[in-house]
Design a protein around this ligand. Structure first.
Ligand code: S3P
Length: 161
C-alpha cells in the first residue's frame, strides 16, 4: 500500500485515526516535539510560527516514505512547498473534514494539547482560517471523509485506500 497522509483542521481526529489505521504510523507533531524538546505552544512563544513551519516542512519530507500512515498538523497545507510535495508524491492524502463548531468545541475542550493557532484567536478569526484552509485541503486530497458525528471506528471503516 502507498504511504497515507491524514490532513484536516485541528480537532478532526487525525492522530486518533492514524493509530487505528495501522501499527506503523507516525504523527508529525510528535516527531517535531521530540526534535525541539518542548511543547509546540512553548516553541511558538519562543521562536514564532515561521520557524515552526520550517521545521514542519523539514519533518514532512523526512518521514514521508518511512511509515505507512502519517498524521499531520492542521497547518501543513499553509505552505505551497508542502502542498506541492503532497501532490507530487505517490501517496494517498486523506482529508478528514468536519463541521467547524464541532471541531472548535473539541479544540477548546482539549486541555492536553494547547493549540497556539487557536488560543490566540476569537471563534470568528479561527472560522476564517478554517474556511481558507478548506480549499487548500481539497486541493491536495486524494480522498475526503466527513468525520462529523462519527466514531473513530466508523471513520476508519470509511477510509478505503
Ligand atoms: C496547527 C495544528 C496543530 C499543530 C500546531 C499548528 C495549525 O496540530 O501542528 O499547533 O496550524 O493548525 P493539530 O492539527 O494536530 O492540532
Amino acid at each position: 500500500m502507498k504511504p497515507t497522509f491524514l490532513i484536516g483542521f485541528m480537532g478532526s481526529g487525525k492522530s486518533t485515526i492514524a493509530k487505528l489505521l495501522a501499527d506503523d504510523f507516525v504523527d508529525l507533531d510528535t516527531v517535531i516535539v521530540e526534535k525541539i524538546g518542548m511543547s509546540i505552544s512553548d516553541f511558538f512563544e519562543q521562536f514564532g510560527e515561521a520557524k515552526f513551519r520550517e521545521l514542519e516542512t523539514e519533518t514532512l519530507k523526512s518521514v514521508s516514505t518511512t511509515h505507512q500512515i502519517i498524521s499531520t498538523g492542521g497547518g501543513i497545507v499553509m505552505s505551497e512547498e508542502n502542498r506541492q510535495f503532497l501532490k507530487d508524491a505517490d501517496v494517498n492524502v486523506v482529508y478528514l473534514e468536519g463541521d467547524f463548531d464541532k471541531l472548535y468545541a473539541r479544540i477548546l475542550a482539549d486541555k492536553e494539547n494547547i493549540r497556539p493557532i487557536a488560543i490566540s484567536r476569537t471563534r470568528e478569526e479561527l472560522f476564517d482560517i478554517y474556511q481558507h484552509r478548506a480549499d487548500l485541503y481539497d486541493a491536495v486530497a486524494t480522498h475526503k471523509i466527513c468525520v462529523t458525528d462519527k466514531t473513530p471506528e466508523e471513520i476508519v471503516k470509511e477510509i478505503q485506500l
